[in-house]
Design a protein around this ligand. Sequence first.
Ligand SMILES: Nc1ncnc2c1ncn2[C@@H]1O[C@H](COP(=O)(O)OP(=O)(O)OP(=O)(O)O)[C@@H](O)[C@H]1O
Length: 320
Amino acid sequence: MIKALNLTKIYGKHVAIKNVNFQIDKGEIVGFLGPNGAGKTTTLNIITGYMSPSQGSVEIDGLDIIENSSAVKKKIGYLPDVPPLYMDMTVGEYLDFVYNIKKADISAKEKAINEIIETVKIGDVKNRLIKNLSKGYRQRVGIAQALVGNPEILILDEPTSGLDPVQIIEIRNLIKSIGENRTVFLSSHILSEIEAVCNRIIIINKGEIVASGTPLELRSHIEGSRKLQLKVKSDKSIIDDLLKISGVKNVSIINNAKQEEIEIDTIDIVVESEKGKDIREDVFMLAAEKRRPILMMVEQKFDLEDIFLQVTGKEENKTN
Ligand SMILES: Nc1ncnc2c1ncn2[C@@H]1O[C@H](COP(=O)(O)OP(=O)(O)OP(=O)(O)O)[C@@H](O)[C@H]1O
């Protein structure tokens, strides 16, 4: 179990993270989601013992990470944002080197390294120099080094960053299979990434935790409000009219409609209501009264992206 207790990190005058608290239970695969610069790497460096916090503490299975540094480090495998690879070593030499510095059981070395190589599927490049590997393979080698010593907890900082779509899917599947018998905490600034792999999400923004829960729990944060997608035979003046309806919170134009779906003299908009308000009838009546026929009205479901944009205050980026 990982417990982050009131973590704060200040670089000079810059507060990178502030009062960060969370708990990750044994066996969970948890995603740490936040925009660039939110404080993900800083937090991961602290909970892996790579960096000390300005304030606060970390417990791994009840042990304080600073007081029990070597015992705790054995429990954790870490893939930092820049994997610590030696370019002039072959993959085999490098894993041997990592095994030795982690002081893992020497008698089991060959078997353990071979198992890791098989798990992360790098057998075919075992004798290649790391500098000659593709980014995807280097990332696998980075994950392999994190697995040396068979740690119970795996912490991965942006594990798919810079990979192509095929490599991303491969690494995701790898993380899922590794996570079957380990606790995994991984960071990303890409929501779909986290959604594909994790069963719980912690969202950080500007150094503070702003939301946490399963995708279902996070959705319930904003459930209650509705979003209606409309196609109306009208010009933009309908927007001001709709905003006058009681219970309407926001109206925005969808300007990413596919070219072939755009009809002349119509406007595609999203009308968002306040929590608990059903505005469908009022919207219909108003449009009829203004002689602006509604050609389509569909209720949109909130997705995790809405939640992410809402809690990070970036709602404006989605529709504009
Ligand atoms: N060594 C440092 N000295 C000063 N400021 C730093 C240092 N490391 C990070 N920061 C700042 O702290 C904040 C958090 O950085 P951090 O790298 O933890 O964010 P992040 O969420 O991992 O971002 P990214 O996804 O871009 O890596 C940023 O504003 C960053 O510029």
